[in-house]
Design a protein around this ligand. Structure first.
Ligand SMILES: [Zn+2]
Ligand SMILES: [Zn+2]
Length: 454
């Protein structure tokens, strides 16, 4: 009840702030800034130079060659992202001080706080896994929210923050590694597992984390980092024209991956706006990707051999690996949860490794040019599903925190948790090393030059 009240008050106050800010500031100025981003942009997936039409009804910008979503346009992104970020921050802090879940089992009960897993995993010599989970579900989201708030306040006060470059880079990093949505799914899967065994009580902390996750995702989606780069730093004017419809690399231009600035490679060796080194390292991209994949494949073996979770019932313990866990759940009749864990922990990592290996090898093949678009989509799918394999690790973290009922039933974490978590991180890193522009390189076709409305 307290949480709903808190969320309601928070939302009420923010709606008022939102309206006041909207009236006080020159709203037209804000709207114009969103739509007239640039006259030309470079697609970060296929490297094509595109014109951005100045159109206020324009909601989603899609690259006509590779289908990549270049930009989402939102009205008043600054004010909205600020309000959502403040709400998310309040809800996250509230979660940490409230009980998260409680269970009752034959007269005995136990309740947990959301961060209990850190101490439990530490006591079981798995402190590393505990810290990683803490970073993914709490620390990175918290820092990302802090960065959004600082940048939005600076923007609204028209104050050019000296540390803006560092803050925006920190934001990009924390956003990439935040796994709030995956944690929520992990909690829900644990709950479905638990309701068959014990009575579960959803405490206020549980609801506040769900509300936090919602506000967090909204804040992230409304915060457009290129608007911030353009505000804090002047755009560097190009000394020669850049033609739309032709890949940037053919014209010796480069899209800075950090600040989305268009850099003339004949003049600069590093981005004049953010200082990022722009030496073309696409030759080693495949090697780096393969190195991470080989490491991931090697660690995937112990992740499947060692136990993920140990259930101690009435003094006798039973260890279960990932696949044993799936089989047990299937036999118990929990087909849905068993399916989710099978897909997230077994199918996704294997398919991801196979897909990346395929992409690394097809780059050398002449057949690639005909299927660039499909390969681009495959790469984007691999990038998107990357973090979702973490579900099983989060499930174990929640289960070990909540299932501690006297000496009757205790769930202990298994060492495979660290190996499996490392596999997920390594495959995410492998996908980050892969340069999708290689799928399009030397592709001579020139396509429609205007960003299409998706
Ligand atoms: Zn493209
Ligand atoms: Zn840059």
């Amino acid at each position: 009840m307290f949480v709903f009240w808190c969320a309601k008050v928070c939302f009420g106050i923010l709606t008022v702030i939102n309206n006041v800010v909207f009236l006080l500031l020159n709203s037209r100025y804000l709207l114009v800034r969103i739509v007239k981003i640039e006259k030309q942009i470079i697609c970060e997936q296929c490297d094509l130079v595109l014109d951005v039409p100045v159109d206020k009804g324009f909601k989603v910008g899609v690259c006509p060659r590779c289908g990549f979503v270049l930009h989402h346009y939102h009205p008043m992104p600054i004010v909205y992202s600020f309000c959502y970020a403040i709400s998310a921050l309040v809800m996250l802090i509230t979660t940490d001080f409230l009980p998260f879940l409680s269970i009752n089992f034959s007269g005995l009960s136990n309740s947990m706080m959301v961060l209990d897993y850190t101490t439990i995993l530490n006591n079981d010599d798995l402190g590393f896994a505990g810290w990683l989970i803490f970073l993914f579900m709490q620390m990175f989201p918290l820092v990302a929210l802090g960065c959004i708030i600082i940048c939005d306040v600076s923007f609204l006060l028209k104050y050019r923050n000296r540390f803006a470059g560092k803050i925006l880079r920190l934001f990009s990093f924390c956003k990439d590694w935040s796994m709030v949505d995956v944690f929520v799914v992990g909690v829900l899967v644990s709950l479905i597992k638990l309701v068959n065994l014990v009575d579960v009580v959803y405490e206020s902390g549980f609801w506040s984390y769900i509300i936090f996750a919602l506000f967090f995702l909204l804040a992230i989606s409304r915060f457009h980092i290129h608007i911030m780069w353009d505000f804090f730093f002047d755009k560097v004017k190009l000394t020669r024209p850049i033609k739309s419809g032709i890949p940037a690399i053919n014209q010796n231009f480069y899209l800075c991956p950090v600040c989305e600035n268009i850099v003339d490679k004949t003049v600069y060796s590093e981005c004049p706006r953010c200082g990022k080194d722009i030496t073309d390292n696409s030759n080693t991209s495949v090697q780096r990707c393969l190195a991470f994949l080989i490491a991931a494949m090697a660690i995937y073996i112990p992740a499947n051999i060692y136990p993920m979770m140990i259930t101690v019932y009435m003094g006798s313990g039973e260890a279960s690996t990932i696949i044993e866990g799936v089989i047990v759940l299937w036999k118990m009749g929990s087909y849905f949860v068993s399916g989710i864990i099978f897909i997230a922990s077994i199918c996704i990592p294997i398919l991801k490794i196979i897909a990346l290996l395929y992409l690394c090898f097809i780059i050398k093949s002449p057949k690639r040019a005909k299927k660039s678009r499909y390969l681009g989509v495959l790469f984007r799918i691999v990038e998107f599903i990357g973090k979702w394999s973490m579900v099983d690790v989060f499930v174990v973290a929640v289960m070990v925190s909540i299932v501690r009922i006297g000496n009757v039933m205790i769930i202990e974490p298994g060492v495979a948790m660290i190996s499996f978590g490392s596999v997920v991180i390594l495959t995410i890193l492998a996908a980050k090393q892969f340069n999708p522009k290689l799928l399009w390189k030397s592709n001579k076709f020139i396509y429609g030059v205007t960003v299409s409305n998706g």
